[in-house]
Design a protein around this ligand. Structure first.
Ligand SMILES: Nc1ncnc2c1ncn2[C@@H]1O[C@H](COP(=O)(O)OP(=O)(O)O)[C@@H](O)[C@H]1O
Ligand SMILES: CC(=O)N[C@@H](CCC(=O)OP(=O)(O)O)C(=O)O
Length: 292
């Protein structure tokens, strides 16, 4: 596809009202899982965040890294399994999760932002008491609950550190590790952390990147993509099995964010290069918007 100079100019002009509208506002971006598939896409996401920052919009990145954890556990010869979509996290697994998320993945993202000319700063939920957590309560037996170990649930987000760094021109990059009142580390699904951080910041937008175009009524029918769903429709869509698996925490975190002061929430395709810019700066938007 050849884009003419005039087309390029009209694309920029289309972005103008959005730049005006969103300038000074905060956008929380969940970057993770299956959207972390290639270097090119990763660079695209970080370049989009830097561009947002340069036009006065404050991106806050919450990242996952389930695949990187899987790879490290496999290298160490340690088996891993999931219960209700949560990684069973014993002491040893927690150590690996923390090293991989707060160490490797977080610092790789920060390095990339800095190489591309932005000012990334990496933090995890432990820094400045950002995320207090406790063991996640799941509908499982007492034995399974013991096994789940360090799987955490956000209790409270203290957004002070994020406010401070974002107001000073940095792009905060948050690893989904929480800390218990007793100082214990907790492994928290990154979607839930993104929802809780967006709510605590009263962000204007929450954008979750994933590996599908959005929410489909029928996953075998590409024409059944829902461009908007209402929060009130979510329980029915889950109980009918339309929304399933890894999509459940995503919509739940959108609903939580909307109930707690976030303006708009979007589930978009992280496999599309510059999908964040397309969402924020174009009339059509992309993916599925979960609305109040
Ligand atoms: N109604 C639906 N529409 C689209 N995807 C769905 C739907 N219900 C479940 N999914 C599944 O949710 C997955 C996204 O969740 P997940 O695998 O946890 O993503 P990520 O690793 O990006 O966090 C999709 O790949 C798809 O298999
Ligand atoms: C409790 C739990 O399951 N935590 C996740 C945290 C990482 C994550 O959420 O990563 P993605 O966004 O890449 O899936 C895990 O251990 O895989």
């Amino acid at each position: 596809m050849v884009v003419t100079a005039l087309e390029k100019a009209s694309i920029l002009v289309e972005a103008l009202p959005y730049i005006r509208k969103f300038s000074g506002q905060t956008v929380v971006i969940k970057y993770g899982g299956r959207a972390m598939v290639s270097e090119e896409l990763e660079q695209g996401v970080m370049a989009d965040c830097i561009l947002l920052k340069l036009v006065g919009i404050h991106p806050v990145i919450v990242h996952g890294g389930g695949k990187a954890i899987d790879a490290m556990l496999a290298r160490l010869g340690k088996e891993t399994r999931f219960v209700h979509g949560q990684r069973v996290t014993d002491e040893e697994t927690m150590e690996v999760v923390e090293m991989v998320l707060a160490g490797k993945v977080n610092k790789e993202i920060v390095t990339l932002i800095n190489q591309l000319g932005g000012k990334g700063i990496g933090i995890c939920g432990k820094d400045a008491g950002l995320i207090t957590a406790h063991q996640k309560v799941l509908p499982v037996s007492v034995k399974e609950r013991e096994d789940l170990g360090h799987v955490g649930e956000v209790e409270k987000v203290n957004p002070e550190i994020i406010q401070t760094v974002k107001d000073e021109g940095y792009i905060p990059v948050i690893a989904p590790i929480g800390v218990g009142r007793d100082g214990k580390s907790y492994n928290i699904n990154a979607d839930y952390v993104a929802g809780a951080v967006a709510a605590a910041l009263k962000a204007n937008k929450l954008v979750l990147l994933t590996d599908v175009e959005g929410i489909f009524v029928d996953r075998d029918d590409p024409k059944s993509l829902l461009s908007v769903i209402k929060a009130a429709e979510v329980p029915d869509l889950i109980s009918r099995g339309v929304i399933a698996g890894g999509m459940i925490p995503k919509v739940e975190c959108c609903v939580y964010a909307l109930k707690n002061g976030v303006g708009r929430t979007h589930i978009i395709d992280g496999r599309i290069l510059h999908s964040i810019l397309l969402e924020v700066f174009t009339d059509e938007g992309v993916g599925t918007m979960v609305d109040k």
